[in-house]
Ligand binder design. Structure first.
Ligand code: BEZ
Length: 236
């Protein structure tokens, strides 16, 4: 059993790292990543294989939400260890034949990378050999407009992703950047946000006396952040 990242020489990007660069062939033409996406948020995600049911349900769901992601300045880029013609055939089949939860006739307009040699998948740690040595796991990388990895989520082969959660992550990351706050468990726009921890005893005391914040203790302060204020700032 393979146990360590170093033993296998697998590269695993980390939060805060620059997104590893690559050139790739996709269903929408060639891309240079991440430079082609500068100024946009990107969700780079992998799926195990074309013509598989969980992946198909995911692609229909993600493609149906493409406009919603575009409105928060976020582009989608998919990848699997399959060739270009397999990708094209699968996306055509999805559009022509497959219905999922009432979504049908869905055109996948975002690029799907061919990565038959696993070059990109290896760079991004998408191949996790104890899960499968030839198929990518369901990895999701959230990359900011400067090309920095801001969050990562990995799911196993058998588990389809929750795409509303992926949207929530994008909105929360952008809210954090725009308003200098953190977002608590299960946060949604309109919920109170977390004020960053006090860095001095004086600030801690001020926080406890502030009318603008709700401090249960000096380290746990929240404040209101109106839903419309969030949406006005991040929705194009
Ligand atoms: C699927 O997408 O259905 C799938 C792919 C690989 C392994 C298991 C399920």
């Amino acid at each position: 059993m393979e146990t360590s990242v170093q033993e296998n020489n697998i590269s695993m990007p980390r939060i805060g790292d620059a997104a590893p660069e690559f050139e790739a062939v996709t269903t929408q033409g060639n891309i240079n990543f991440p430079s082609d996406y500068k100024g946009n948020w990107v969700i780079l995600f992998s799926h195990p294989a074309d013509f598989t049911p969980v992946c198909t349900s995911e692609f229909i769901t993600f493609a149906s939400m493409e406009e919603k992601f575009a409105k928060v300045n976020t582009k989608l880029v998919g990848l699997s260890i399959d060739g270009l013609y397999s990708h094209i055939a699968w996306l055509r089949t999805i559009k022509e034949k497959i219905e999922y939860k009432g979504m049908k006739d869905v055109e996948v307009k975002f690029p799907l990378i061919e990565d038959i040699k696993m070059d990109v998948a290896q760079k991004y740690g998408m191949i996790q050999p104890n899960e499968d040595s030839t198929k990518a796991v369901r990895a999701v990388f959230f990359i900011d407009p400067k090309g920095v990895i801001r969050s990562m989520i990995y799911y196993p082969l058998s588990l389809g992703r929750n795409f509303e959660e992926l949207y929530r992550v994008v909105v929360a990351l952008q809210t954090s950047d725009e308003f200098g706050v953190a977002t608590p468990a299960d946060w949604q726009p309109g919920d109170d946000v977390i004020v960053s921890p006090a860095g001095s005893c004086g600030t801690a005391q001020e926080r406890m006396e502030s009318d603008e914040m709700n401090c249960q203790d000096w380290f746990f302060c929240t404040k209101k952040l109106d839903k419309q204020t969030v949406l006005d700032k991040i929705i194009n």
